[in-house]
Write a protein that binds this ligand. Structure first.
Ligand SMILES: NC(=O)c1ccc[n+]([C@@H]2O[C@H](COP(=O)([O-])OP(=O)(O)OC[C@H]3O[C@@H](n4cnc5c(N)ncnc54)[C@H](OP(=O)(O)O)[C@@H]3O)[C@@H](O)[C@H]2O)c1
Length: 301
């Protein structure tokens, strides 16, 4: 039975790294949680393809949630560069449609997940007021998605994050890729000049819950507390997870032949989040110990 204070939360993209954790975090008695899936749909989720115009509106108008959280996105940065139209449909047009539909629900609130790729990476880590200048289609589509969602209602919330990782069976986040490769004694090429503030996904899911508790609006950055290069992050992960660091090979981005341009000094400052909900975003060491425990390995401290 749900009491009158129970809020209905719809997690759009509940099969991804963050979406799965949101399903857990919002499963307490304060919320009634539902989720959507796409390629990894299961029986307890609603089907939704954000690349198909009209589908998102149909789901939202049927569910009529008090809160919708868009975790689903076209996250493949090089894939976005190859298919601009699809990237904008998934990362901008469908979120804008959802925002308009949520506005019809009294008190309806939409949370849109965004990225530090809205910045050009010349002077990170960035705060919420820093000037945006995306270098690639993924960043452009996310920036326009943010703007559309905030334009529809000032009740809405945009949460920017970066380099999200967690232990997730079958997951493809950076730490999982490293774990898979190095466990199989395969070499891994890692950019040595891409800097960010790696974000532990369980902390991010909790930050979303805390932000909703205080009815946060506008833009917030939620990211880990360490500003590191991908190479240093990979080396620290290898050390803590007891993997062979010699299999990690650092290379400048210019030699990686990635289709989309990358912001080099990106990452996010989180003073606003800390001031409003407290210091809950862990640095890489503490988070990787927790990752190792979830993996069932006793970490090296
Ligand atoms: N991961 C990062 O490093 C990072 C960094 C900055 C910002 N972000 C943002 O944070 C959010 C969560 O990221 P994540 O790491 O959880 O991503 P993820 O693990 O790649 O999950 C992506 C989600 O999007 C869904 N999806 C993909 N295409 C879809 C489509 N056409 N229609 C409907 N759903 C679709 C997937 O559904 P299926 O699995 O069912 O196909 C999945 O649930 C995203 O908005 C992302 O842009 C992530």
């Amino acid at each position: 039975m749900f009491n009158s204070r129970t809020k209905k939360v719809l997690i759009i993209g509940a099969t991804g790294q963050l979406g799965r954790l949101c399903l857990k975090v919002f499963s307490g008695e304060k919320y009634q949680v539902m989720g959507t899936g796409f390629s990894r749909l299961s029986s307890e989720l609603l089907p939704l393809d954000l690349s198909q115009e009209g589908e998102a509106v149909a789901v939202v108008s049927r569910v009529r949630p008090d809160i919708a959280i868009i975790c689903g996105a076209m996250t493949n940065v090089d894939g976005c560069e190859s298919d601009r139209e699809k990237a904008f449909q998934i990362n901008l047009k469908s979120p804008a449609d959802i925002a308009r539909e949520m506005k019809k629900i009294p008190g309806g609130k939409l949370v849109f997940l965004s990225t530090d790729y809205v910045f050009d990476g010349t002077s990170g880590p960035y705060d919420e007021n820093a000037e945006t200048r995306p270098l690639n289609v993924y960043g452009e589509s996310k920036l326009e998605g943010e703007q559309a969602v905030l334009e529809v209602s000032d009740n809405n919330l945009v949460v920017r994050t970066t380099t999200v990782y967690s232990f997730q069976e079958g997951g493809n986040n950076f730490a999982m890729q490293l774990l898979k490769r190095l466990s199989q004694k395969e070499k891994m090429l890692v950019p040595s000049d891409q800097w960010a503030t790696p974000t532990y996904a369980p902390d991010l899911a909790l930050a979303l819950e805390k932000l909703l508790e205080i009815d946060a609006r506008g833009i917030f950055h939620a990211a880990g507390s360490d500003f590191v290069s991908r190479l240093d992050f990979a080396r620290e992960a290898a050390r803590i997870l007891k993997l062979d660091p010699n299999l990690i090979q650092g290379l400048p981005t210019s030699e990686l032949k990635q289709k989309a341009k990358r912001p080099l000094k990106a990452g996010l400052r989180t003073e606003r989040l800390e001031k409003d909900v407290g210091p809950l975003m862990r640095g890489i060491k503490e988070a990787l110990y927790n990752f190792a425990e979830n993996l069932g390995k006793s970490p090296i401290k």
